[in-house]
Design a protein around this ligand. Structure first.
Ligand SMILES: [Zn+2]
Length: 352
């Protein structure tokens, strides 16, 4: 009894070999460890609603976060289809040409020693091991427009996953613990964290079929005040948005035209709330994962690289990057994405 009371958390961590407990929030303490000072049986752990889950531990982002365990969340661990009628949603009734395996994610085991891979394959990730593996944060736009629709496409139809979705109102949805290898960026899956930002995407300017004009016209309309509003086809009520009286606007009223992968593309910008949350999440991830450098891919003169990185450069790149830096057939997060807003803002939050 006395021993328990005088033991500090660091002592406890040492005694039980829990390095993560000493460095983290103590959320992932093994059942055999003594309770942190003052804890009472059955007392709830208070959450602020801004926490992300990393190897079972909680970290504050200061942005709104809904995890897969929370009401209104999106759970990528479940094998059934989320939005199919309940009677048709089971894996048994869902498997087929779209969904090839019940799990839409894997184990980050590509670079692990066999004994470590064996230890973590069924859970058992400690933060320090995860920090050795994760060194990239990949930014996507979802071409779905809302996080609800994004999860439906990934989980129910494509058999894919992503750690985070960022909705129009700045809500961050976490669908999996970051210990999992989400399936969002092919060769980068083992080492990266991914986020899908709700945005209708970028379209070729010189496209005889209209260059996505019909899609963009449907989603972005000028209001009476001359400013551009996002109009979700089908309406707000069924959109999954949390504030049904909200008006969402892109950060810039006019579409942005710019080159990605050598193609001239047109895209509307993210909402201010999305930039705010993404900046906070980027600062959080670059803090929790020291190998993720808080920067984007730059050329010799320090300017943003706007195409896929050469294989050897990508292999040695540790930081924030776009899906188009990973694959030649991708253009997200597109020409409108303001890299400096996110990276400069995140560095400021990190005190740099
Ligand atoms: Zn993508």
């Amino acid at each position: 009894m006395v021993r328990r009371n005088v033991m500090t958390r660091r002592d406890a961590a040492k005694a039980f070999g829990l390095a993560a407990l000493a460095g983290g929030f103590g959320f992932g303490a093994a059942p055999s460890a003594p309770a942190p000072g003052g804890a009472k049986v059955g007392a709830p752990v208070e959450r602020k609603g801004d926490e992300i889950v990393v190897a079972g531990q909680l970290f504050h982002t200061t942005a709104p976060v809904v995890t897969w365990m929370d009401p209104g969340g999106y759970d990528a661990y479940r094998v059934e289809r989320r939005f199919a009628p309940a009677a048709e949603a089971s894996w048994e009734k869902s498997k087929g040409k779209d969904l090839k395996s019940p799990n839409r994610y894997g184990v980050r085991n590509r670079t692990l020693a066999p004994e470590v891979a064996e230890r973590v394959r069924g859970g058992g990730w400690d933060l320090d091991t995860l920090r050795q593996v994760v060194d990239q944060f990949v930014i996507h736009f979802d071409v779905c427009g809302t996080s609800k629709r994004c999860f439906e496409v990934l989980h129910d139809h494509r058999g894919l996953s992503v750690h985070f979705m960022l909705d129009l109102d700045g809500t961050i949805y976490q669908t999996l613990d970051l210990k999992e290898a989400a399936w969002h960026a092919t060769i980068a899956n083992n080492r990266s964290i991914g986020i899908e930002i709700a945005n209708m995407g970028a379209y070729p300017v010189n496209d005889p079929r209209g260059g996505g004009a019909s899609v963009l016209d449907k989603w972005y309309k000028k209001g009476a005040d001359g400013r551009t509003e996002i109009t979700i086809p089908g309406g707000l009520a069924d959109s999954g948005e949390r504030n049904l009286s909200a008006v969402f606007r892109p950060s810039r009223d006019e579409p942005v035209v710019g080159d990605v992968q050598g193609k001239s593309l047109r895209q509307y910008d993210l909402t201010p709330a999305q930039y705010d949350s993404l900046t906070k999440l980027t600062a959080t991830l670059c803090t929790v994962f020291p190998k993720i450098t808080c920067d984007y891919p730059r050329d010799a003169s320090g300017k943003l690289i706007l195409k896929k990185l050469p294989d050897d450069v990508l292999k040695n790149y540790h930081g924030v990057l776009g899906h188009y830096h990973v694959q030649t057939n991708k253009v997200d997060p597109g020409p409108a994405f303001q890299w400096d807003t996110v990276i400069d803002g995140a560095r400021k939050l990190m005190g740099r």
